[in-house]
Design a protein around this ligand. Sequence first.
Ligand code: FES
Length: 273
Amino acid sequence: MFSIIEKRKLNDSMTLMVVDAPYIAKKAKAGQFIILRVNEYGERIPLTIADYDREKGTVTIIYQIVGKTTILLDQLKVGDAILDFIGPLGKASELEGYHKAAVVGGGAGCAIAYPQAKALHQLGAKVDMIAGFRNKDIIILEDEMRAASDSLTVMTDDGSNGNQGFVTDALKKRIEEGADYDLVVAIGPLVMMRAVCNLTKEYGIKTIVSMNPIMIDGTGMCGGCRLTVGGKTKFACVDGPDFDGHEVDFDETIKRSRTYAEMEKKAAHDYKC
Ligand code: FES
């Protein structure tokens, strides 16, 4: 059993949880994920490691309350325990050797983009972080993202934070102003990652995307995270989650990602009723 040490509401639908998991904390690296099961009847869900503390032996996860399992998880309090918490899984991000990077996060994807920015910064790269949200009320991790980068730009779709536009607008502006990026990392909704990749392709900037959003059981068995990268079939949970964004067939992936939408909606609805 894995005790919950801290629980913090980040906005109306997102929660940060610090979990006692010393063996995972010892080995965790940016880009990797854990699989948890809330109770013995629960489904397994993969969640990215948002942070870890090797000395305290803790692992931080951030989840969006979108379905039955995350509703159940969010009912647990500090002092309660999660039944299974397994990891670190997936390949760690390869972030060494870059000089100047832009890390772009969209909505809940900022929970995954933040550790990437932190790792790049710790490795000595200059990091511009660009985060996008629908409105100012759902902005998360602003202090953490600022601390993990050399500059932070937060965009909102409705301009309610005084900075209206998409992450691609901010990224394009920085590139055209002369930011000499040798890497862009994009993590967020699939359509956002596709838009970032289309932009960086024009400028010839290497771009890494995290295909975490399409993972289901995270074990390489369900096949749900299958995608085409460079014309070859890959599985996000065992071959990734990071891939060269310019090689990913986003149109196919976006279509496949909608396969379970109705079933997920129904499971959450039936659980609530
Ligand atoms: Fe099931 Fe990758 S998430 S095979």
